[in-house]
Design a protein around this ligand. Structure first.
Ligand code: NOJ
Length: 731
């Protein structure tokens, strides 16, 4: 018997022996060693190659048989049928020389078939547990269909609402996004990555992709190492610490070095300092795009720079497969570097359990949450994500109105409520606003409706008819917003106003003098100052997913108390962008402004109303000066001063007043969601642990707590709150 055949036999025996048992890390490393020892260079670069298919995955059969493909990426256009997926897997496992399983990836961003609100919306619930539950449900649903690996969570900090991908992340704040990143990883991967119900997570887009100049996708990010460390990297670090299996290198350049060829971010920080031992996949074509960036002369140089920087797997462009064997032969890329990349990829395949259960688990469909549970969760999450921006007392609407008119392009709209990256979601599953409202009101209520105009059309012809409809009703719900195609990848906008002639529609309906609530469906913060000045109430519903219409009706009629708070600042106008709460002070704080617009946002980070009112009082600090290794407790009383039970998201901010480097005017360092009955008061407490909450990258870029004065606020949003001071002293 040839040695190779013998080794394969031993290996297969091990696989059988260990099937169903937790695999020890050392066993995995030994098995990887044995595999790498046997692999040809083509098989190695095959492991480093991910292909994409449209329509016909079977055309890759021969390559799979030769072990020249590691991973498949499905697309929105063509989701691989489960049988096709298993057929290819069978070829890889049973007919390729080494039997290494494939890993199947897909963009499961805010649900698979059950589509939840877009991530920026979900972050407005300020509830990591919800994020975790949604990720776990989405993972299960996708795993049933044969997905092993999701390209999520997307954890780019975004401070520019023109950028369409602000929809996909968790907002503008690094602290909040880091908590959400870890929650999403826990949800996707579960407590056991090898479970057939889990998905391997992929933190993306590493890094500073959200800093795209001008809000134009793919554009240059000019950020210092300090800003990288303080603002853009921490969510990735939090995701890595939570055990994320993979990361995706971004399209953008970071101050002159493309993220996909960036030795500092990928190898020095991620794999070195943070000890990340999973693998890095490039974003789609981002290796080849380094030529366009002007960072590589040709594909050979692009590949060399990517592998040396630390990109382990090549998404889509096939350049690793074409160029790496030659580069190794010429001694331009060391085989150790290739082995290291293969090792990382195999490690995740082992941890994902693909060697022990490569095929779709036939029992999985029976074991997950029922459809009813998923719909219920989608409704709850959508309602928790909606933000009540204004209410002059019109809301909640009574259910026994004699008549109500729904006006606008989102009254019956279903497909746009899905938002960007809607995976296998379908418009037919979406509950429209009209349906949600009809189910809410009394059967005697006359529900009238008119579209009034298209989302982004130019015709005003239907506005008079909409006005006539509004005139017949007791109250009007205006259903406005952006289509799903106006946010997401490459969907940037130069205006943050309502698209098309919607503003004209709004003004015509306003002229009727009827009580009006505006429900805005969108993928980004919008400049809705006119609505705020003139309309009675505004519910910002985002792109809320398949239960959007029910959830909005729950909020409008008070079956659900709106509690969401913004995780992005809403500018008054696009000219204020970028605008974010945790900016630095200037030498002339009062003078850094515009002559034609205030410098403050329309709605600040952390802002959101409910149907009751809360009063903050009695801020107490357990101590006013502590050493860096001690901790401090901050308490405040929060009272529900209204008539309805509700929840309040209590926020803790700090400011390091003087430092060896300048610090933001405020930084979020804690939040708690509390439930209060009418007139009930609760004391909310936060523990400030200096190392965890006050450390900064000092003048020398060391991560330390600097002694000195700090301000602390406990309040309902980033521009209000009770304030106190404390000191960190060196003992
Ligand atoms: C490109 C996008 O930037 C990324 O987010 C996505 O995961 C990949 N395409 C795969 O679809």
């Amino acid at each position: 018997m040839k040695t190779r055949t013998f080794l394969i036999l031993i290996f297969s025996l091990l696989v059988v022996l260990f099937a169903g048992q937790p695999v020890q890390a050392t066993d995995i490393e030994e098995q990887i060693d044995q595999l790498i020892e046997q692999m040809t260079i083509e098989e190695k670069v095959g492991q480093m190659t991910q292909v994409y298919f449209v329509g016909q995955p079977s055309r890759f059969e021969e390559q799979v048989r030769r072990g020249e493909i590691s991973s498949f990426l499905g697309s929105v256009l063509s989701i691989m049928a489960p049988e096709e997926r298993d057929e290819l897997q069978r070829i890889a496992v049973e007919q390729s020389r080494l039997g290494i399983p494939l890993i199947f990836g897909f963009d499961v961003i805010h649900g698979y078939r059950t589509i939840f609100p877009i991530p920026v919306a979900m972050s407005c619930a300020w509830d990591p547990e919800l994020i975790e539950q949604v990720a776990a449900m989405s993972a299960h649903e996708a795993a049933v269909e044969g997905v092993d690996w999701t390209f999520g969570p997307m954890i780019d900090i975004a401070r520019d609402p023109r950028w369409g991908r602000i929809a996909e992340g968790y907002g503008e704040d690094t602290y909040l996004a880091s908590i959400m990143a870890a929650a999403a990883v826990r949800g996707f991967q579960g407590s056991d990555l090898s479970s057939t119900a889990s998905l391997a997570a992929c933190l993306k887009h590493y890094v500073a992709y959200g800093a795209a100049e001008g809000g134009r996708d793919y554009n240059t990010s000019e950020v210092s190492k300090r800003t990288l460390r303080e603002t853009y990297m921490p969510p990735f670090k939090a995701g890595v610490d939570a055990g994320a299996a993979t990361l995706m290198s971004a399209f953008n350049e970071i101050s002159g070095i493309p993220a996909t060829g960036n030795l500092y971010t990928l190898t020095e920080v991620l794999k070195g300092e943070w000890a990340f031992d999973g693998f890095v996949v490039s974003d789609w074509h981002s290796i080849e795009e380094m030529i366009e960036h002007g960072f590589a002369e040709d594909s050979v140089e692009a590949v060399t720079k990517a592998i040396i920087a630390g990109v382990d797997m090549d998404m889509k462009d096939g350049l690793y497969f074409d160029e790496l064997p030659g580069l190794v032969e010429q001694g331009k890329v060391s085989e150790e570097l290739i082995d290291e990349a293969v090792r990382r990829i195999l490690r995740i395949k082992f941890r994902k359990g693909l060697f022990t259960h490569p095929y779709i688990d036939p029992n999985l469909a029976e074991t997950g949450p029922s459809n009813e549970e998923k719909l219920q969760k989608a409704r709850e999450v959508a309602a928790s994500s909606m933000v009540l921006l204004k209410n002059n007392g019109l809301l909640p609407l009574p259910k026994d109105l004699e008549s109500i008119a729904l006006i606008g392009p989102f009254v019956k709209n279903r497909s746009d409520l899905l938002g960007c990256w809607y995976a296998a979601g379908e418009a037919k599953d979406v509950v429209a606003l009209l349906t949600g409202v009809k189910e809410k009101v009394s059967p005697l209520c006359d529900v009238l409706y008119a579209e009034g105009c298209d989302i982004d059309g130019t015709s005003t012809d239907s506005i008079p008819k909409a006005v006539a409809v509004a005139e017949q009703a007791d109250a009007v719900i205006l259903a406005l917003g952006e289509s799903r195609g106006m946010s997401g990848e490459a969907r940037n906008r130069s205006s943050l106003d309502l698209p098309g002639v919607q503003q004209e529609l709004v003004e015509a309906i306003y002229a009727t003098g009827k009580p009006i609530v505006a429900v805005v469906f969108a993928g980004r913060p919008m400049s809705i100052g006119w609505l705020n000045e003139n309309i009675d109430a505004i519910l910002f519903a985002w792109h809320p997913g398949i239960q959007g219409g029910n959830a909005a009706a729950d909020c409008l009629f008070g079956d659900f108390e709106p509690t969401g708070k913004l995780t992005t600042s809403f500018p008054r106008g696009v000219g204020q962008v970028p605008i974010y709460y945790n900016h630095k002070n200037t030498g002339r704080p009062g003078s850094s402004k515009y002559v034609d617009m205030p410098g403050t946002p329309l709605f600040p980070f952390g802002y959101g109303l409910s149907y009751t009112t809360f009063e903050y009082d009695n801020l107490q600090l357990s101590d006013t000066s502590i050493a860096p290794d001690e901790s401090l407790t901050v308490t405040a009383d929060v009272k529900n001063t209204g008539e309805r039970a509700s929840q309040e998201i209590v926020q803790l901010y700090i400011c390091d007043i003087f430092g060896s480097v300048t610090r933001p005017v405020r930084e979020l360092r804690g939040f708690k969601k509390i439930t209060l009955e009418p007139q009930q008061k609760k004391t909310v407490s936060f523990v400030i642990n200096p190392t965890e909450h006050l450390s900064i990258f000092n003048y020398n870029m060391d991560y330390v707590v600097e002694p000195g004065l700090f301000e602390v606020w406990v309040g309902p949003n980033s521009s209000e709150g009770l304030e106190a001071e404390f000191e960190i002293i060196e003992f």
